[in-house]
Ligand binder design. Structure first.
Ligand code: ZN
Length: 157
């Protein structure tokens, strides 16, 4: 495992080496992270911008840069005919990226990307979720579908 960001972030006001992150935002293109920080010592706030690489290790062993658009095109097929618009897909791509980046790793396996898609897709549309899950998780028989449906029902509150 590789740590994406190795840093010692000193407070620019009092040089205190310990700062607290109070807000994290990912830029539109997904390649940089703005963090709002607060110094626990002098209580001043400041913003840092970090550019990080997020790499995806494919099953073949190839490594490529994470691409939100690939996530979107991966789920688009499962969303056919469902009441899901481009904005929904964009939001989903963003949630997946934020989830993966929040782990603080420089690289993730393509399996992890697939897993990270499942939850936001389920929140978006259960039918699209079932379609995607059935392909991604290699559903082989009715029991697999039934199991997934039971899980879905268990989640309904
Ligand atoms: Zn300070």
């Amino acid at each position: 495992m590789v740590q994406a960001i190795v840093e010692t972030m000193h407070c620019p006001f009092c040089q205190n080496p310990d700062t607290k992150v109070i807000d994290t935002r990912i830029s539109e293109d997904g390649h940089s992270i703005r963090r709002r920080r607060e110094c626990p010592k002098c209580a001043k706030r400041f913003t840092t911008v970090e550019t990080t690489m997020l790499l995806v290790v494919k099953r073949s062993g190839n490594v490529e840069q994470f691409d939100r658009n690939k996530v979107i095109s991966g789920v688009r097929k499962a969303c056919q005919g469902r009441p899901i618009n481009e904005d929904d897909l964009k939001t989903l791509g963003q949630r997946v990226e934020e989830d993966l980046r929040s782990r603080g790793l420089a690289q993730v396996k393509s399996d992890e990307v697939g897993k990270a898609i499942l939850k936001p897709l389920r929140d978006l549309d259960v039918v699209a979720y079932m379609r995607f899950a059935s392909v991604y998780q290699n559903f082989e028989n009715l029991e697999d579908f039934q199991h997934a449906i039971d899980e879905l029902k268990g989640d309904v509150k």
